[in-house]
Ligand binder design. Structure first.
Ligand SMILES: NC(=O)c1ccc[n+]([C@@H]2O[C@H](COP(=O)([O-])OP(=O)(O)OC[C@H]3O[C@@H](n4cnc5c(N)ncnc54)[C@H](OP(=O)(O)O)[C@@H]3O)[C@@H](O)[C@H]2O)c1
Length: 288
């Protein structure tokens, strides 16, 4: 099995690489990132497909900086939308499969206590969400053998993320954490596991994919501190409106993950169990 991994230097890309090396010795992995395979360059992609025997594409390449997308919409649409169409076209041309990562930010705000299913209304608030939604459309227009995994609030031991920010924060100043914004934390290793389960099936389609359960940033941060045994930190509750950020984010962005659970016959660990696993690894190996 030959897998092309794009965006391999990112948080999820590195996690997938780690998971494959640990668990799939027979997979031949072509790990690429913008320096050796720029997914916005159709010609470069086309040459790569011509010269490598790819069976499955896992697209982790993205412009994932939500505020950055607001400031640089042309990069957002180029990487998150047009380039996804290119990958889909080539996947189709060579009759292969593609697994693409999308986001909960594609959904419309439909009110509290209404977790999104894959059929929920789509109405992104930000350029990031809009560009990712257009990417999904371009993918579906160009190939049938796709898995779209909509994920959210990703953390892990690779890359910059909320868990590592809390874990490495100093206790000198109180941490200001949002209380009125809800979502599903997703451990990049859990998502890697889900990806490596779904790609070997023919269950094409769109899936919400995260750890089990949801929370707000305040409780998420509080749990990380307790899991890490960091008892000297103080935390302050803040409302999302108090943080002046360029991109608007949904306040209630909770996903129902029953479809992926049923399809894979696998229930992902709770987000708390996932935090504990990640903290354990950070403690063992203090460098990522
Ligand atoms: N992180 C989250 O909380 C979150 C939540 C929901 C969905 N997602 C989705 O999950 C996926 C993975 O996210 P992530 O957090 O792993 O993102 P990430 O850490 O930013 O990784 C993305 C990678 O793609 C690379 N890249 C950018 N432009 C490229 C191009 N033109 N060609 C090839 N590679 C390119 C980036 O390189 P540079 O760093 O050099 O630009 C980076 O290595 C993305 O689709 C994202 O939208 C993430």
């Amino acid at each position: 099995m030959n897998i092309l991994l794009t965006g391999a230097n990112g948080m999820l890309g590195k996690s997938i690489e780690y998971w494959i090396f640990k668990n799939f010795p027979n997979v031949k992995l072509y790990s690429t990132d913008i320096k050796n395979l720029d997914i916005t360059n159709y010609e470069q992609l086309s040459i790569f497909f011509d010269n490598h025997p790819i069976d499955i594409v896992i697209n982790c390449a993205a412009y994932a900086n939500v505020d950055g997308c607001e400031q640089n919409p042309e990069i957002a649409y180029s990487v998150n939308a047009a380039a996804v169409g290119y990958l889909a076209k080539l996947t189709e041309k060579y009759s292969k499969k593609i697994c693409h990562i999308s986001t909960d930010y594609v959904y419309a705000q439909i009110g509290e206590n209404m977790p999104f299913t894959e059929e929920s209304k789509l109405e992104p608030l930000s350029i990031y969400g809009k560009s990712k939604l257009l990417g999904e459309k371009k993918l579906m227009e160009n190939t049938d053998k796709y898995f779209i995994l909509r994920t959210s609030w990703m953390f892990g031991f690779f890359g910059e993320n909320f868990l590592k920010w809390i874990y490495y924060s100093s206790s000198d100043k109180p941490l200001r954490l949002i209380v009125d914004s809800f979502g599903n934390p997703t451990y990049s290793i859990t998502l890697s596991e889900i990806i490596m389960k779904i790609i070997f099936t023919e269950n094409y389609g769109i899936y919400n994919a995260s750890n089990f359960g949801y929370t707000n940033w305040y409780d998420f941060g509080k749990y990380i501190l307790s899991s890490a045994g960091l008892t000297n930190h103080k935390i302050e509750k803040v409302q999302s409106a108090e943080l002046k950020r360029p991109a608007q984010r949904p306040n209630y962005s909770v996903m129902n993950i029953n479809k992926i659970i049923k399809t894979l016959n696998y229930t992902p660990p709770s987000w708390q169990e996932a935090v504990d696993s990640c903290v354990k690894i950070l403690k063992q190996k203090n460098e990522f």
